[in-house]
Design a protein around this ligand. Structure first.
Ligand SMILES: C[S@@+](CC[C@H](N)C(=O)[O-])C[C@H]1O[C@@H](n2cnc3c(N)ncnc32)[C@H](O)[C@@H]1O
Length: 254
């Protein structure tokens, strides 16, 4: 109770977080996996990859969930933070993935069939809107993405040799397309809800690697009376895209 009253996230107090219905070991100083990132698992699995990297893995939630969905796949995970790597290694032993310490892709020269990453992408101005307790407990470097939230992408693209699946806010799409173009990549939206966009960056001129059909339907099944798939209404939504409701205003980061 004292730890909770002092603002520690429940997952840090319990030493356990849940992601895609999996239990993950975790401790203070490490980013607590968020349900909103679960759609990334659906998108990357829909690409049918054999080798997958969870880049900026924190405790390894994405790697664990991907390995569960692709038991024959070779899943690796990396983070530059040694504490995160220690928790990820514990989870890697349990769920079957390897962990490396690396500043983005600098120490990981090989190509993967797909890279999945829930990157720090909160713009500087939006940091003040975040839950202070979480920001203190997880560390700003887990979430802060620079002025427009896209600095981690700018750091990753020069070394990128694989399709990259990541989550952005709707407001970041145009900027992210511009960054990608500078490095010869284009952006495809695989999933859309009212605030988030799960996107795939792939080399310009290569064919879409999204399988036809709903890539992310399973992580957020449409409810009765929900609007039509975003692929029918939203030029930025891919075949699996779905828009829950038109929404304007400040994006919600957490
Ligand atoms: C938003 S958290 C996501 C963690 C995990 N993927 C998840 O969903 O729970 C971003 C992660 O990126 C890591 N990170 C930040 N800068 C990095 C860098 N330069 N190289 C590698 N990882 C980095 C942080 O340590 C943090 O674990």
């Amino acid at each position: 109770m004292q730890q909770r009253e002092a603002g520690q996230p429940l997952a840090h107090v319990l030493g356990q977080a849940e992601f895609c219905e999996l239990a993950l070991a975790i401790g203070p100083g490490v980013f607590v996996p968020r349900p909103r990132a679960e759609c990334l698992v659906e998108v990357v699995v829909s690409l049918n990859p054999t080798t997958v990297l969870d880049l900026g893995c924190g405790c390894g939630a994405l790697a664990a969930a991907v390995k569960q969905r692709l038991p024959d796949g070779e899943v690796q995970a990396s983070d530059y933070d040694e504490l995160a790597c220690q928790w990820a290694r514990r989870n890697g032993e349990r769920y079957g993935f390897q962990v490396h310490r690396s500043n983005w892709l600098k120490s990981l020269p090989e190509a993967f069939d797909a890279i999945v990453a829930y990157l720090p992408h909160v713009p500087t101005a939006a940091l003040a809107c975040l839950d202070e307790d979480y920001l203190r407990a997880e560390g700003a470097s887990s979430v802060a993405g620079g002025a427009d939230g896209l600095d981690p992408l700018r750091a990753i693209f020069p070394d990128l040799r694989s399709p990259l699946v990541t989550l952005l806010s709707a407001e970041q799409l145009a900027g992210a397309k511009g960054v990608a173009q500078q490095f010869g990549y284009e952006l495809e939206v695989a999933y859309a809800d009212e605030e988030d966009r799960a996107v795939i960056f792939r080399p310009c001129g290569t064919r879409s690697i999204l399988r036809s059909g709903p890539a992310a339907a399973q992580c957020a099944p449409p409810t009765a009376g929900s609007p039509p798939p975003a692929s029918q209404t939203d030029p930025d939504a891919g075949p699996g895209g779905r828009r829950i409701a038109a929404r304007h205003g400040t994006p919600r980061y957490e």
